[in-house]
Design a protein around this ligand. Structure first.
Ligand code: FES
Length: 84
């Protein structure tokens, strides 16, 4: 089952993505508006990934996977073109 929301505050990553277009890509602003991330905190790294990648659905990820994805540099355009 994909991870798609902050369960504690029943707000989807898609809703947060839309809200981020109004408020800016800032977790604190999203949290103040919706409460996301202020319960158990499990959704916080997923929201950070959503803000970085634009994705709104994720597999369950480990801490190492979050670290790798959150700190990965975007591929240069030439490399990205070769990868597609
Ligand atoms: S799932 Fe978002 S704070 Fe618990």
């Amino acid at each position: 089952m994909p991870v798609t929301r902050c369960v504690c505050h029943d707000v989807t990553f898609a809703e947060l993505k839309d809200l981020a277009q109004q408020l800016g890509p800032d977790l604190d602003s999203l949290s103040k508006r919706t409460g996301c991330g202020t319960g158990c905190g499990t959704c916080v790294p997923y929201i950070q990934l959503m803000l970085k990648t634009g994705r709104t659905e994720f597999p369950v990820l480990t801490g190492a996977q979050f670290a790798s994805l959150l700190h990965a540099q975007p591929a240069p355009r030439a490399q990205a073109a070769r990868l597609t």
